[in-house]
Design a protein around this ligand. Structure first.
Ligand code: RFL
Ligand code: PHB
Length: 389
């Protein structure tokens, strides 16, 4: 088989890159390790930046998003008995949209199917090679049969545990990492959200987040330890713990019900540099991870593939490789700012197990400053709605 760009991974980064390149007349094949059903059932992000929404509109996959996406003009930060509303719209005149990553993935998958483009699901033993030459190659097995794809470029959109970053010689890559001493336990339930806007809370017993997918479907998270397991959390225990952490005025409004998904995600900050090795590019979680506190992961995957699609369009349409040369630098400039934001919001809103009395005072002072300074709130809002790309 032959294609112009072989894309590894059918998550949001790979699918959106495929759609952007399709619109530009560039041929792609996507190779995905998991089954289609598995990919479409994963519950992950929930908050889309305006730039993400605009891009999904531009590539023609926003019909359902425009109907079902919930515009959110602000959110609450609850800290030590205080509730601070961050009025995104009032502070900076912009807002975000609540629409699940699961739905974005579904919309992009359907668009790819309708366009008749190839996605190989269930590919085993994917190997990428030759990216330091002009003839990269992707090999894999499907139902015990070996396949090979010759291509011009490989886009590594295969997430944090993927094969692309792991295939780069160790001496050609620098990795920067912070692993947090806790995780998020998340549940999804068909219950009315406790309030219309999201609440990020720092309670003495740990962080909590009240989010949603629709006016009748809630998504809640609780800070948990790294060695915790979903089996330790009956629905009843989850609801009791969340109830105890919520601000008093919201406790009565908490509607409980059976969970329809429950999972634990560890929190990590991670960046690989650079994001290009010859004709192999890394995009999305394959190149960087943020803790979910700032809702930046999916949105960063989107800005990466926007930059990458521009670079590839310049290469094919203008025979110019300047965009390819600059892809890594350009993407990393935005990535590091989102890393800083996600790291700082994580530090502000969580209970760290070994926090000293001094560090606790610093956390309180940071919240007090934020609560008292419109400029600080504007900076937070500017980052939350997403920096331009
Ligand atoms: P993905 O989604 O991990 O997709 C990678 C795909 O590659 C496949 N793959 C392979 N395919 C072929 N060969 C191999 N060897 C392969 N290895 C892996 C995988 O099966 C998969 O299908 O990465 P992508 O596309 O870069 O997208 C990144 C986002 O998924 C991620 O950043 C976000 O979900 C992060 N995130 C959030 N981001 C936001 O912008 N807003 C949020 O509100 C938000 N909330 C979250 C989140 C992530 C969470 N978890 C579970 C980590 C909340 C949570 C709890
Ligand atoms: C979610 O709804 O899953 C969600 C929302 C905001 C975040 C992280 C996750 O910061």
């Amino acid at each position: 088989m032959k294609t112009q760009v072989a894309i590894i991974g059918a998550g949001p980064a790979g699918l959106l890159l495929g759609q952007l390149l399709y619109k530009a007349g560039i041929d792609t094949i996507i190779i995905e390790r998991q089954s289609k059903d598995y990919v479409l059932a994963r519950i992950r992000a929930g908050v889309l930046e305006q730039g993400t929404v605009s891009l999904l509109h531009e590539v023609g996959v926003s019909t359902r998003l425009e109907k079902e996406g919930l515009p959110h003009h602000g959110f609450d930060l609850a800290f030590g008995g205080q509730i601070l509303n961050i009025d995104l719209q009032g502070l900076i005149g912009r807002s975000v949209t609540v629409y699940g990553q699961t739905e974005v993935t579904k919309d992009l998958t359907n668009a790819r199917l309708e366009a008749g483009l190839i996605t190989v699901y269930g590919a085993e033993n994917v190997v990428v090679s030759g990216f330091d030459t002009n003839h990269p190659k992707v090999e894999y097995q499907l139902d015990g049969v070996n396949y090979a794809i010759d291509c011009d470029f490989i886009a590594g959109c295969d997430g944090y545990h993927g094969v692309c970053r792991a295939s780069i010689p160790q001496n050609a890559i620098s990795e920067y990492e912070r692993v947090y001493p806790f995780g998020w336990l998340g549940i999804l339930s068909d219950t009315k959200p406790v309030q219309e806007e999201l609440i990020y809370g720092n309670h003495p017993d740990g962080f909590y987040l009240c989010s949603m997918r629709s006016p009748t479907r809630s998504r809640y998270y609780l800070q948990c330890t790294l060695d915790d397991h979903v089996n330790n959390w009956s629905d009843e225990r989850f609801w009791q713990t969340l109830h105890a952490r919520l601000p008093t005025r919201l406790q009565e409004a908490l509607e409980t019900g059976p969970s329809i998904e429950k999972s634990i995600a560890p929190l990590r900050s991670f960046v690989a540099e650079p994001l290009r090795f010859g004709r192999l590019f890394l995009a999305g979680d394959a190149g960087h991870i943020v803790p979910p506190t700032g809702a930046k992961g999916l949105n960063l995957a989107v800005s990466d593939v926007r930059y990458l699609s521009w670079a590839l369009m310049e290469f094919y349409q203008e025979k110019n490789d300047a965009g390819i040369e600059h892809y890594s630098q350009r993407a990393l400039a935005r990535i590091w700012k989102a890393e800083r934001f996600s790291w700082s919001l994580t530090n502000l809103m969580h209970q760290f197990p070994e926090m000293s009395a001094f560090e606790k005072k610093m956390q309180i002072a940071e919240f007090e400053f934020l609560a008292s300074s419109e400029n600080a709130q504007k900076a937070l809002a500017e980052n939350y709605v997403g920096l331009p790309f």
